[in-house]
Design a protein around this ligand. Structure first.
Ligand code: MN
Length: 399
């Protein structure tokens, strides 16, 4: 119970506010370490209005149209959910810290999508953009597919359909919202409150079976991915190097298998790395925790773990942030893939009139893998009219 209280306010604590400062700042680091010497140039804006591939349901924001698709997906794919073929030859549940040792196992085109949180518009924008750049790219989702925006079911189904349609090309790392979902005493609930997705599932009995399956599935999703160039990917953070809340230290990890213990797996999705913070104050961890953890992982995996890509924080406006203070020892990039600020819990400027329910526009970020460096960030500039139409609450049918 203490755990749930601990995390119940996590969204409000989120403020990833320095994206503007880091965006154009190619500041050189003190030492000229070749791989991680400087904060990369942040953005390459891309104007989606040049493209004509917007799916109708996303443009119109009509829930019932989107839902027709979901019902079609369930009818088409429902019996395939237990034989999902993930990227990197991952088998769900086999192990949850997945290490890719061989550089030859890296796909040619590897992309990352951050927290989507039910924003099907942002997801479709991300997929359209990635598909325009690469044929059948491998795509890693960093977790938190539902809650907050209202199309959580559609987002989950779209990702599951992708796994089936593109065998071996999709990877889904659990986020805290995914892991936090459960079904108990006849109702869905979540360790992260509020949970809009639970409210939806509890109102819509026709999705109860699917929801129950999803609860179990989220529990066996991977929690961390290590790539052979040294990139560590997880939703939230890493275990801290001294005794943490649960009385365990990463120091006690003697082999990779030890990390499969729930007390360590917990850290990957629930801990929060804070820019400018050196040491832990659980559930937040800092630069020194990450440096220590990466060093430990290098000894255990033989991979020179050097840098981290994560989601979890929602990085308002440009939806991404480089942690400059972590350079050059342990560079970190956070991305989020959402097209507007969530009006419920995210901070937004006081001059905005909440009663008008205009969701302020943001540019969802996606990232492209590049060996030996943090991934390259692309911010997607969806036409403002589409974003406004999609997120304007009074225009959406209630359901
Ligand atoms: Mn999130």
């Amino acid at each position: 119970m203490a755990l749930e209280e601990l995390h119940s306010n996590e969204e409000e604590a989120t403020s990833c506010s320095t994206a503007e400062q880091t965006a154009d700042d190619g500041r050189p680091a003190e030492s000229p370490a070749p791989e991680t010497a400087s904060v990369p140039k942040a953005r390459q804006p891309w104007n989606a209005s040049e493209q004509a591939f917007w799916p109708k349901h996303a443009i119109l924001g009509k829930a019932h149209l989107a839902e027709q698709n979901v019902q079609k997906w369930i009818a088409t794919y429902g019996d395939k959910f237990d034989q999902l073929e993930f990227a990197f030859n991952y088998v769900a549940g086999q192990n949850r810290v997945h290490v890719v040792n061989e550089p030859s196992a890296l796909p040619g085109d590897l992309w990352f999508v951050g927290d989507v949180h039910g924003d099907i518009l942002a997801l479709e924008a991300a997929l359209s953009f990635i598909d325009s750049r690469a044929h059948q790219a491998t795509i890693v989702f960093l977790g938190d597919l539902f809650d907050r925006f209202q199309y959580g079911l559609e987002v989950v189904m779209r990702v599951l359909a992708l796994v089936i349609e593109r065998p071996g090309k999709i990877f889904w790392i659990a986020g805290n919202h995914d892991d936090g979902l459960f079904f108990d005493n006849g109702a869905f609930s979540s360790k992260v409150l509020p949970s809009e997705f639970c409210q939806f599932l509890n109102q819509r009995k026709e999705y109860e079976d699917f929801g129950k399956w999803l609860v179990g599935f989220c529990k066996i999703l991977p929690r961390a991915l290590f790539l052979p160039d040294g990139l560590f990917v997880a939703h939230g953070g890493c275990p801290s190097f001294d005794m943490n809340t649960f009385g365990y230290s990463i120091d006690n990890v003697r082999q990779l298998q030890d990390l499969e213990d729930e007390k360590y797996l917990h850290a990957f999705i629930w801990n929060r790395l804070i820019p400018g913070q050196d040491d832990k104050s659980e559930p937040e961890v800092g630069k020194n925790d990450l440096i220590y953890f990466l060093g430990k992982m290098e000894k255990l995996t033989g991979i020179p773990a050097k840098r981290m890509l994560r989601g979890h924080d929602h990085c308002l406006e440009s939806r991404h942030e480089f942690f400059e203070s972590y350079y050059p020892q342990a560079p970190v990039l956070t991305i989020a893939t959402m097209s507007a600020w969530y009006l419920g819990t995210e901070e937004f400027p006081p001059e905005l009139d909440r009663s008008r329910r205009k969701a302020p526009i943001t540019t969802p970020a996606v990232a492209k893998f590049r060996p030996g460096e943090l991934p390259e960030v692309f911010t997607l500039e969806i036409p403002q009219a589409i974003v406004r139409q999609f997120h304007e609450v009074e225009e959406l049918p209630s359901r």
